[in-house]
Design a protein around this ligand. Sequence first.
Ligand code: ATP
Ligand code: MG
Ligand code: MG
Length: 347
Amino acid sequence: GTVIGILGGGQLGRMLSVAASRLGFRTHIFEPGANPPAGDVAHRVTTASYEDAEALRAFAETVDVITYEFENIPTSALDLLETLRPIRPDRRALAVSQDRLVEKAFLTDLGLQTAPYAAVDDAEDLAEALAEVGTPAILKTRRFGYDGKGQAVLRTPEDATEGLAAMAGAPAILEGFVNFTKEISVIGARGLDGSVACFDPGENVHREGILRTTTVPAQISDAQRTDAVLIAAQILNKLDYVGVMGVELFVTPTALIVNEIAPRVHNSGHWTQGGCAIDQFEQHIRAIVGWPLGDGARQSDVEMENLIGADMERLPALTRQPRTQIHLYGKTEVKPGRKMGHVNRIL
Ligand code: ATP
Ligand code: MG
Ligand code: MG
């Protein structure tokens, strides 16, 4: 039978493995860290470094197609893997999403709106960027940031020195602060045959840079809903993308501004598990094995809430709540800021 290789063994890899298993596929996880959440449910796990060419080769040879649950896969590993098996979504999506500067240029070239931005490698660049972009602004590392890590808010130009220090010498990007009224995301999918389907946009609330809740339907106009989906479709088509993608957008009174894209299933798409016949995980598996995309029409209103760190203390109460779907990732150690699970309240 078909075996799906997944790079990364976190909760996204875990939920992809469950979806694959339901469709009769086996998964093989490649993950450098010990005891990955996906390891409990995958058919097979390789624990090895991305530097280990032999392990990568052996992994690839056991699978039919390779996908991933995070975007920071080292280039050398991709160079090797792509000679052995199809990687879906392919390199183009990773090249764009691994580097915030490349991502912004890609989006701008598509004619989409982003926050004003400028590249920052040193203090001189930052002074110029601040003159161009103004304050307040956010300085972000170009690579490896997630959950708001590697970011510094510059309220005034006087915050420059401290902000630059927070980048620890890494190449960065300065973004003008977008005065958004809300944040939404579109979880889009594109099949091997080029067909595109998007889930209904969700409305996201972040706390300390980490997603707290996603609520569907988002409280936006019909025109905004259509525009958001068209933006996602444009991105998917331009990248000749295969699989599920998350597109994060800022809503302002006059525009939809693209924040960032994630070439994978996305935390803000977890509501689909409770709100759709086909959730984002099954949709991704369908796309990468060449099945037709499934029916992702929204069947109910849903609120997804992440269980982060000490939120786990509320678990006994949550288990008693009606219409509440509980998803736990099998992580034993609770840490502040660590995503332990989520709940979908079917409204
Ligand atoms: P993720 O975990 O979604 O990958 P990340 O670390 O890549 O997050 P961003 O999505 O860039 O970080 O930023 C996290 C949050 O910070 C955003 O969802 C938004 O709330 C806020 N933010 C980021 N950039 C801006 C901006 N230019 N203007 C206003 N708010 C911003
Ligand atoms: Mg991000
Ligand atoms: Mg984000």
